[in-house]
Write a protein that binds this ligand. Structure first.
Ligand SMILES: CC(C)(COP(=O)(O)OP(=O)(O)OC[C@H]1O[C@@H](n2cnc3c(N)ncnc32)[C@H](O)[C@@H]1OP(=O)(O)O)[C@@H](O)C(=O)NCCC(=O)NCCS
Length: 158
């Protein structure tokens, strides 16, 4: 399994991943999405956003997007293929995403999930998100970039 940026050609593979998730009500939109819908979504990722796929063999088994939402802030969503939860796919996506959002200068990521989706809440907490509020059955969690020490700034030993 590896993680790579999504391309427009991935629309059918993403639909195969996402339409069962839509059907279960685990996404804000109930779907199902057509290939055209999915291509429109892929193309809607704005400058400063990132859309990553986790791929196992030829199959897309996970999807994560980050969209800018205010100054140096962004919103993240993660979806892993039904039946493949708990294998580290979501974590692998975030490991790859983290490097990209830091490079984009993002300082805060926001995740929103249904309050009864305890698995998603635990997932984001495990990644270092802190729950900052629950409103209208939605949990809001925040993740802050911890600046890495720049080796060039470290004092040199005389
Ligand atoms: C939430 C979701 C993305 C997690 O992806 P995943 O690949 O299953 O997560 P990982 O295997 O990387 O799990 C990492 C850690 O998160 C926590 N976690 C993940 N799922 C969990 C669950 N159902 N219950 C409790 N803890 C969970 C665990 O601490 C886990 O570490 P561990 O396996 O060492 O205990 C996935 O379950 C999913 O797609 N759910 C449906 C869609 C959704 O709710 N998305 C979130 C809204 S944006």
């Amino acid at each position: 399994m590896y993680v790579r940026p999504v391309t427009a050609d991935d629309a059918p593979g993403i639909n195969a991943l996402m339409n069962p998730i839509h059907a279960l009500g685990l996404h804000a939109d109930r779907g199902p999405w057509t290939v055209d819908d999915q291509q429109a979504f892929i193309q809607s990722i704005p400058r400063g956003g990132v859309l990553l796929a986790a791929v196992d063999g030829e199959e897309i088994v996970g999807l994560q997007d980050v969209r800018p939402a205010g100054d140096k802030q962004a919103e993240i969503h993660t979806f892993v293929k039904l039946g493949r939860h708990g294998e580290g796919i979501g974590t692998a996506l975030f490991d790859a995403m983290q490097l990209r959002v830091e490079a984009l200068g993002t300082q805060v990521l926001w995740a929103t999930m249904r309050a009864h989706d305890a698995g998603a809440v635990e997932f984001y907490k495990r990644l270092g998100f802190e729950v900052v509020g629950i409103e209208a059955s939605r949990v809001r969690a925040r993740w802050r970039v911890i600046p890495r020490a720049d080796p060039l700034d470290e004092p040199t030993l005389a």
